[in-house]
Write a protein that binds this ligand. Structure first.
Ligand code: PLP
Length: 447
């Protein structure tokens, strides 16, 4: 390891508050910078690198595809890679999902899902249905359509004049609201808010409800309370409202099931997926839907939507190999098993650090929320910027974790989501580094 030389000025728009070192190599759960420093990727990037970095099987599949061709425009050629990935995706999807529409990322997947839903309403003479209800907080993407669904004002506010406002309902944050997670009355309480919103808007104007089955960055691995998913499904069906699952983060196996929604018996009508689907090997995402949505659209002349790079064979070849690795290596089962181990260790940290208020999540989509008072769930003082400070302290230890404000403009949660190939030894390393970071944070914040 050598001392870090100062980085030359960058022409990139950096999202990060601070310049980070340049990456030199990535393998398995680790990433190395150009100074030879090793980081455990405890957030799989942005919950993307689900099967770990540089798996040789995926790299070989991509090399083979590159030798055959890296681009074949969909109006001119079919490709084996896209057809195979579509077959594999439908085999994993809920019953009746027979078609796939490929995209290159999560925002495109959500845009595609809402446009497909609207096209279905158009084709079935339900043209008054256009509103898509979503939850607060939520994040569904950065393009204007997906942003309009995102219940996170710090991101949406400057663009509100440019977007049609979409109705919102509270996310089922039972812990924050002081309600018991395992009481079906809690699930019914939040689902009733969705029904009230549908009635308030007029069911004949409501096209869809979109939600993340297990929440991602905006809610910090929010798991819905008992009864919620089933009640939401029933309400949507009763009012003719389509149910869209944004599986951009929860899909691809991280929760221990391939789809986050598979943890409940409440299949959606449409699914948007990305992140772990391409697992960081290529920009890839997809929209898939039940045939009762797709067939009327096809019969009405097709889906007038698309992106030039959609279905790119190199991305699809990577996707096929990623799904094969998940299957061959039993990574869904590993995500469940190691997720339980990691969650128990995070819960043990909460015994030691009283400012850890809630530990939540499923499989390896895990987070903890920090508070100044566990009883009242009052957030930490905003000026501590705990969500950023803890990320920096962990980074200094060689551990990457992911964070957000948990309540819009205040509150702090940290996502701990290592790759699905993680072992007990990796969990030990994560906990050791996180303990150091938390200890330093507690000391400097006087907690
Ligand atoms: N939906 C969810 C649930 C996400 O977490 C994200 C990204 O974090 C998106 C959509 C947007 O995906 P992308 O950044 O790939 O456009």
């Amino acid at each position: 390891m050598t001392d870090a030389a100062p980085l030359p000025p960058s022409r990139l728009f950096f999202q990060s508050r601070v310049r980070r070192p340049r990456m030199a190599k990535a393998e398995g759960v680790y990433v190395w910078d150009q100074q030879g420093r090793r980081y455990l990727d405890g957030s799989s990037g942005a919950m993307v690198s689900n099967i770990g970095h540089s798996d040789p099987r995926v790299l070989d599949a991509m090399r083979r595809q590159m030798e055959q061709g890296t681009f074949g425009y969909r109006l001119h050629f079919e490709t084996e890679a896209a057809e195979r990935l579509a077959d594999m995706t439908c085999a994993l999807a809920p019953e009746g999902f027979e078609k796939v529409f490929f995209v290159s990322g999560g925002s495109e997947a959500v845009e595609g899902a809402i446009k497909l839903a609207r096209q279905w309403a158009w084709a079935t003479e339900q043209r008054s249905r256009w509103k898509v209800i979503s939850r607060t907080p939520s994040y569904h993407g950065s393009t204007l359509g997906a942003l309009a669904l995102s219940g996170y004002r710090p991101l949406t506010e400057p663009f509100e004049a440019m977007m049609r406002p979409m109705p919102k309902v509270p996310a089922p944050r039972a812990w924050l609201d002081g309600l018991p997670m395992d009481d079906p009355a809690t699930g019914a309480h939040y689902a009733a808010m969705l029904e009230a919103k549908i009635l308030e808007e007029g069911p004949e104007t409501v096209l869809a409800f979109i939600q993340e089955p297990v929440g991602g960055a905006s809610t910090g691995a929010l798991v819905p309370p008992a009864g919620y998913m089933e009640a939401v499904r029933e309400i949507c069906t009763r009012h003719g409202v389509l149910l869209i699952h944004d599986e951009v983060m929860s899909g691809g196996g991280r929760t221990g099931r391939f789809w986050g929604g598979d943890n409940w018996n409440a299949a959606p009508d449409l699914i948007a997926v990305s992140k772990g689907y391409g697992a960081g090997y290529a920009p890839l995402g997809a929209v898939t839907a039940h045939d009762r949505i797709v067939q009327p659209v096809l019969a009405s002349g097709g889906f007038p939507h698309g992106h030039t790079y959609a279905g790119n064979p190199l991305a699809c070849a990577a996707g096929v190999a990623v799904l094969e690795v998940i299957e061959q290596d039993g990574l869904l089962a590993n995500a469940s098993r190691i997720g339980e181990v990691l969650k128990a260790r995070l819960q043990a940290l909460a015994q030691r650090f009283p400012f850890i208020g809630d530990v939540r999540g499923l499989g390896l989509l895990l987070a903890f929320e920090m508070v100044s008072d566990r009883e009242t769930r009052a957030p930490l003082p905003k000026n501590l910027d705990a969500y950023e400070r803890l990320v920096d302290l962990a980074y200094a230890e060689g551990l990457i974790v992911y964070s957000r404000r948990s309540r819009g403009t205040e509150g702090d949660h940290i996502l701990v989501c290592p790759p699905m190939i993680s072992t007990e030894a990796h969990v030990d390393e994560i906990i050791e580094k996180l303990t150091t970071a938390l200890t330093r944070f507690a000391a400097e914040a006087g907690l």
